[in-house]
Design a protein around this ligand. Sequence first.
Ligand code: ADP
Length: 163
Amino acid sequence: MRIGLYPGTFDPVTLGHVDIIQRGMALVDRLVIGVAINRDKGPLFSLEERVAMVEAECAPIIAKTGGEIIVHPFENLLIDCARDVGASIILRGLRAVADFEYEFQMVGMNRALDASIETVFMMADARRQAIASKLVKEIARLGGDVSKFVTPPVVEALKRKYG
Ligand code: ADP
């Protein structure tokens, strides 16, 4: 069974993430979505809230594809998390050039830690490539309309935070 790990902060989950999850499902038998606790980033949503939001987004994808998705909070090293869940692939989304430098370093370091785990990059649909959780939060905080970037339950969750 091919298992993939898609790690991120998902603060909150966006249509960009959903796009990558859908594409990733075609590559693996089981997709584990690793929700990083990431205290350093000072997330807006608690870990429980982020996990619940990701689970809600995945339900229709599971129903549609019949595939297996597991949402898995983690605090340890990414490569250890991948080993814990039995993943042979780490899935990452690639947006602009800005993501490249960081991802390039991550692949190099992770490969040095465990050469058996391969990182695979995917690009979202053109309309979703520019979406970033950080900017979604900024727009929501300033009262802007984020409905093009996140699903209705996430729009509501953002309103509750900033309302
Ligand atoms: P962000 O960088 O928006 O805070 P995360 O840390 O949760 O998001 O990102 C998790 C993964 O999803 C990363 O690999 C990131 O590059 C990817 N990702 C996030 N948004 C998009 C998008 N709009 N298109 C493609 N990949 C994305």
